[in-house]
Design a binder for this molecule. Sequence first.
Ligand code: NAD
Length: 283
Amino acid sequence: MVTILEGRTLATQIKNKIKKEVIQLKENGVVPTICVIQVGEDPASTIYLRKKKEFAQSVGIKEISLRFSQEITQQELIDKIKELNADAAINAIMVQLPLPQQIDEQAIFETIAPQKDVDGFHPYNQGKLWQGDSQIMPATVRGILSLIDSYELDLVGKNTLIIGRSVIVGKPLASQLLARDATVTIAHSKTQDLSAITKKADIIVSDVGQANLITSKMLKQGVVLLDVGINRVNGRVVGDVAFEDCKVKASAITPVPGGIGPLTVASLMEQVVILTRIQKDDR
Ligand code: NAD
């Protein structure tokens, strides 16, 4: 029997835990605060940001939204982030991607102070992750780990394949699965014969953004499938895994929507609380 790895219930549990932690912090005179920056008016970004704002409000985290025009220069954005870095009332800073062409994402990642880097994209935090300090990590990675923990999925010595090598998911996730004793392989757009690798995998995490990339004939019996992809096909949201086809072969599988997605926002807010605590303890 396949287990459907359901993210919504877990996201609600995480939400309740955050609410309690925020109450405690407020009792100690600290209001966890995230500042979210949007550049331009990308419609998908606007939807994601609304979800983040609603979640923050529902757990008592203060959310400050700053929106800049599509024409903002890189230097202007950097100067604004530096102001926020210096503002003790702001615990977490997030810049919504994608950014317009004139702005180098990497320069922005490197400007956000590592101790306020709620997305975990700063090279310092990514390096710390690889060295085994897992306090700050990209929200999707935290969400995947929470799901793995919640269902007590066994990683030790397992052939674990991550498809996708982004700094948002693939690379930092590899560090965390390695830290949990999985045997990790990363596949990407230049990988030859993906199917030969998927057939050997006990666990597959797919973060590509291509519907039906994974089909049942590519899998071994009993595989665990964690689907990060979000794709719109004929007005429906689907993942990278052909769900109905693959669930017959899998021992566990995430649905899309309702798998990793809800955990990403919850994990981001969990991280606001973690950053706030670290800053409070440092004072
Ligand atoms: P990205 O473009 O940065 O990364 C995609 C990766 O897929 C690249 O590393 C590329 O090498 C790899 N790739 C492309 N074609 C491939 C192929 N044929 N075979 C193997 N690998 C291939 O994208 P991203 O920002 O990491 O997002 C990927 C997908 O995940 C998107 O659908 C996005 O919407 C989704 N996503 C979902 C969440 C969530 O919370 N569920 C979070 C982040 C991203």
